[in-house]
Ligand binder design. Structure first.
Ligand SMILES: Cc1cc2nc3c(=O)[nH]c(=O)nc-3n(C[C@H](O)[C@H](O)[C@H](O)COP(=O)(O)OP(=O)(O)OC[C@H]3O[C@@H](n4cnc5c(N)ncnc54)[C@H](O)[C@@H]3O)c2cc1C
Length: 398
C-alpha cells in the first residue's frame, strides 16, 4: 500500500451524476479536485437509467416535484440550475435527445453519451478521477483537513464532498455517505426504497394473478392525498408501472392505496352510453367495452347483476361497482425494496445543510449532494435534475 498523501482543495466521493457535475464546476473555477469512485466505470446509474437512454431531466421542474422534510430546501439550487441549463450542455456536446410524455427528456442514442459528456467536462476542467478507489474511511485532522482513505492510497483535502448516492441497486451502492454523516454527528432522516413496485399479500396476489401482464391508465391515490394519473402494470409479484412507482414515494407500510380504473369516464356516463348502444348486454360485457376484459370480469366478480342485462342493474350493485371501479382499495404487503427501487427516500437531514452550498452547518468543509441528501424526486427525470442542480451549486461554492 502506498501511504503517501496527495493534497487537494476538494475530494469528491462518487463519480455519479452529482459528483461529476460538482467536480467540473469546481475544476473550472481553478480548484484542485479529485473524484474517487469504487466502481470500475463512472456514472453506473446514469448508464442503466431510462432503459439505457436516461431520462436526464424534465421540461417542467418545480419544487413540488420533490419530497423533503423541508419543502423549501430544494428551491434555491433548482432555481439556479434549471433543466434548460442541462439541455444546453447536452446540445453543446451534440447529443441528440427526444421528449416523451409528461415532459420527460431522453437520449435518442445512449446514456453512455451523457457519461462521456460529464467526463469530458471534468477533463477540460482539470479534474483528476480515480476509479476502483473505494473510500473506506474519513477522518478530520485538528487543522480542519479531511483525510480520505482508500485501500490503495490516502488523500487529504480542505473540503470533502459526499456524492455517494442512495441505496438502490445494492451492487451499485454503498452506505458510506450515511456513515460519514453519522460519524460527524449529522442527523439522518430514516431511509427506505422509493420509486419502487409493490408486492401483495397472498390473497390479493391470488385474486389479481389472472391480470398479470395487463397495463392500463389509472389514477392512483395514497392515504396522504397524493395522486397520479399514469399507467399501472399488474405483475406476477404485485403492482408496478409509472403510477405505482410514483405513489410508492408517498406510501407508508400498512397503508392502503386506491385505484381509479376509469379516471376519464364516470361510471354513470359509461353505463348510460352502453345502455344506449346495447340495453340487453350483460353488465360484465358493458364494462368490458371500456376496460380490458380480464379487469372487467374481476371488477364484476360476485356482483348479483354481473350477468344481467344492463337495464336490470341492481341499486346495491351500482354503488358497489362505483367503489370497485373508481376507488378500488388495496393494501400492499411491502415494496420490492432496494433491489428494484430507483431511489432512496430520506437521507441526510436538510436542516443540517445550507440549501445554497450544501455545506454542513455544523462542520465547515463537509458537503453532501445528490441522492444521499433527504430529497426524493418524482419519476420523470426529476432525480437527475436534483443531482445536476445540487452538484452545480456545491461546485460553485467550493
Ligand atoms: C434502475 C434505475 C433507473 C433510474 N432512472 C432514472 C431516470 O431515468 N431519471 C432520473 O432522473 N433518475 C433515475 N434514476 C435515479 C438516479 O440514477 C439517481 O437519483 C442519481 O444517479 C443520483 O445521483 P448521485 O450523484 O447522488 O448518485 P449516483 O449517480 O448513484 O453516484 C454515486 C456514486 O458513488 C459511488 N460510490 C458509492 N460508494 C462509494 C465509496 N464507498 N467509495 C467511492 N465511491 C462510492 C458509486 O459507485 C457511484 O458511482 C434511476 C435509478 C436507477 C437505480
Amino acid at each position: 500500500m502506498n501511504t503517501s498523501q496527495q493534497h487537494y482543495d476538494a475530494i469528491i466521493i462518487g463519480a455519479g451524476a452529482s459528483g461529476l457535475m460538482c467536480a467540473a464546476q469546481a475544476g473550472y473555477r481553478g480548484k484542485k479536485v479529485r473524484v474517487l469512485d469504487s466502481a470500475p466505470k463512472a456514472g453506473q446509474k446514469i448508464l442503466i437509467s431510462g432503459g439505457g437512454r436516461s431520462n436526464f431531466t424534465n421540461r417542467q421542474v418545480d419544487p413540488s416535484h420533490y419530497l423533503c422534510s423541508n419543502p423549501h430546501f430544494v428551491k434555491s439550487a433548482l432555481a439556479r440550475y434549471q433543466p434548460q441549463d442541462f439541455i444546453e450542455l447536452v446540445e453543446r456536446h451534440g447529443i441528440d435527445y427526444e421528449e416523451r410524455d409528461h415532459g420527460q427528456l431522453f437520449c435518442t442514442g445512449s446514456a453512455k453519451q451523457l457519461v462521456e459528456m460529464l467526463l469530458t467536462e471534468c477533463d477540460w476542467a482539470g479534474v483528476e478521477l480515480s476509479l476502483e478507489a473505494e473510500v473506506c474511511a474519513v477522518e478530520r485532522s485538528a487543522d480542519g483537513r479531511f483525510l480520505v482513505k482508500t485501500p490503495q492510497q490516502n488523500f487529504s483535502a480542505n473540503a470533502l464532498v459526499v456524492a455517494s448516492g442512495g441505496l438502490s441497486i445494492p451492487k451499485l451502492s454503498s452506505a458510506i455517505g450515511y456513515r460519514v454523516a453519522e460519524q460527524f454527528g449529522l442527523r439522518i432522516t430514516p431511509t427506505s426504497a422509493g420509486l419502487v413496485p409493490f408486492t401483495l399479500h397472498v390473497e390479493d396476489k391470488q385474486r389479481l394473478s389472472p391480470l398479470s401482464g395487463l397495463s392500463l391508465p389509472v389514477e392512483i391515490h395514497a392515504a396522504c392525498g397524493a395522486a397520479f394519473k399514469r399507467d399501472l402494470l399488474f405483475t406476477h409479484r404485485g403492482l408496478s408501472g409509472p403510477a405505482v412507482l410514483q405513489i410508492s414515494n408517498y406510501w407508508q407500510p400498512g397503508e392502503p392505496i386506491w385505484i381509479d380504473f376509469s379516471p376519464e369516464q364516470p361510471l354513470a356516463e359509461l353505463l348510460e352510453q352502453q345502455t344506449l348502444l346495447r340495453p340487453n348486454q350483460a353488465l360484465k360485457n358493458a364494462l368490458g367495452q371500456a376496460l380490458p376484459k380480464r379487469l372487467a370480469e374481476r371488477i364484476c366478480e360476485g356482483l348479483a347483476s354481473a350477468e344481467q342485462p344492463l337495464s336490470q342493474l341492481l341499486k346495491q350493485d351500482r354503488s358497489e361497482l362505483q367503489q370497485r371501479l373508481h376507488r378500488f382499495q388495496i393494501k400492499p404487503n411491502a415494496t420490492e425494496g432496494y433491489r428494484t427501487a430507483e431511489v432512496t427516500r430520506g437521507g441526510i437531514d436538510s436542516d443540517e445543510l445550507s440549501s445554497k452550498t450544501f455545506e454542513a452547518k455544523r462542520l465547515p468543509g463537509l458537503y453532501f449532494i445528490g441522492e444521499v441528501v433527504d430529497v426524493t424526486g418524482w419519476l420523470g427525470g426529476y432525480n437527475f435534475q436534483w443531482a445536476w442542480a445540487s452538484g452545480h451549486a456545491c461546485g460553485a461554492a467550493l
